[in-house]
Design a protein. Structure first.
Ligand code: ZN
Length: 322
């Protein structure tokens, strides 16, 4: 191989040796070195891409293990969630029923779910779906747990007040059995005795001689004691816990508004005042402003057989005294 490079000179017709300046030699050398490094580096990147290093292999393994752990965590969260749902179900259908509290609506129990995605930043990163899913699940559990805690707080309060509540809720007959001459009419739709139209009878009519003692059916405060159109001389008792009782058509009122009364206390005497066709007591039980069948609140007085009989009579549409 020839040493050096030659160029043909057309004028002198001879080959002339090309002389490189030291600067040019340096430049060429530099270009070679740079090219070498660039090529080398590219090969290294390719190598690393296809053949991970020991450290990378370890990281990949750790990644896989983490993913597995997240999956296990998610399964456990699922179990916790179903336990919590079962507790919520029992809370609504047993505890809150025992204490006559309304169930917590599902919308409240699950309030605040959905809406803004707080993990949108994370979601865009690879392998983050499982992290986001777990975080969302935990948030949901946290909220459910919070609502459940509040509910149990109120149930505990109700339990503490239960004694008071049991004394207050209407639970006896407003007239003594020995005084009762009949059970004239029950709760529900029937023909009105005076207006002769099909009307809701919001209470029960118990017949007894004029002047028979009428008893408060639970502890409470007299909220109204006066003559009212229709009801005649009547007494309303507020028992708290959303309960109110009404005693109508009295011949005499024996309590005053604001007066505290105990269950079994005499509050008035049977009469025939207001819209009434004969001496009787019209008795109503209201729960949360809605009238309910008072028969369901007589349990203290009656044997199961008597209760069944009362219930049978009380829901049979019949003539009322109003
Ligand atoms: Zn009536």
């Amino acid at each position: 191989m020839a040493k050096g490079k030659y160029r043909f000179n057309a004028d002198s017709l001879i080959y002339e040796k090309i002389e490189y300046s030291p600067k040019r030699i340096l430049t060429i050398g530099f270009v070679y070195i740079i090219s070498f490094f660039v090529l080398g580096f590219s090969f290294m990147l390719l190598w690393l891409n296809f053949f991970p290093s020991a450290q990378e292999k370890q990281l990949m393994q750790e990644n896989a293990e983490l993913r597995m752990q997240y999956k296990v965590l998610n399964t456990k969260l699922g179990t916790v969630q179903s336990v919590l749902e079962d507790i919520a179900h029992r809370d609504n259908n047993i505890y809150r029923v025992i204490f006559e509290a309304d169930p917590i609506p599902n919308e409240v129990r699950t309030a605040g779910f959905g809406g803004v995605n707080r993990y949108a930043d994370l979601e865009s990163k690879p392998n983050m779906e499982i992290v986001v899913e777990t975080a969302n699940r935990l948030d949901k559990l946290y909220k459910m747990l919070y609502v459940q805690t509040l509910s149990f707080d109120s149930v505990i309060n109700l339990a503490r007040n239960k004694e008071d509540m049991l004394r207050s809720i209407p639970a006896i007959q407003p007239l003594a059995d020995r005084d009762l001459t009949g059970f004239a009419s029950g709760f529900g739709y029937r023909i009105h005795p005076i207006y002769k139209t099909y009307k809701m009878h919001t209470g029960i009519d118990l017949t007894a001689p004029l002047g028979t003692k009428i008893y408060a059916t639970g502890d409470g405060t007299v909220s109204l004691a006066r003559f009212e159109r229709g009801y005649g001389k009547c007494v309303f008792i507020d028992h708290g816990y959303n309960f109110e009782t009404v005693y109508a058509h009295m011949s005499m009122i024996l309590v005053k508004p604001g007066q505290k009364v105990k269950r079994g206390e005499v509050i008035g005497l049977v009469g025939n005042t207001g819209v009434s066709t004969g001496p009787h007591l019209h008795y109503e039980v209201r729960k949360g402003k809605k009238t309910v069948n008072p028969i369901n609140y007589f349990m203290n007085d009656l044997s199961p057989e008597e209760y069944d009989e009362m219930l049978r009579v009380s829901i049979r549409p019949s003539q009322t005294l109003d």
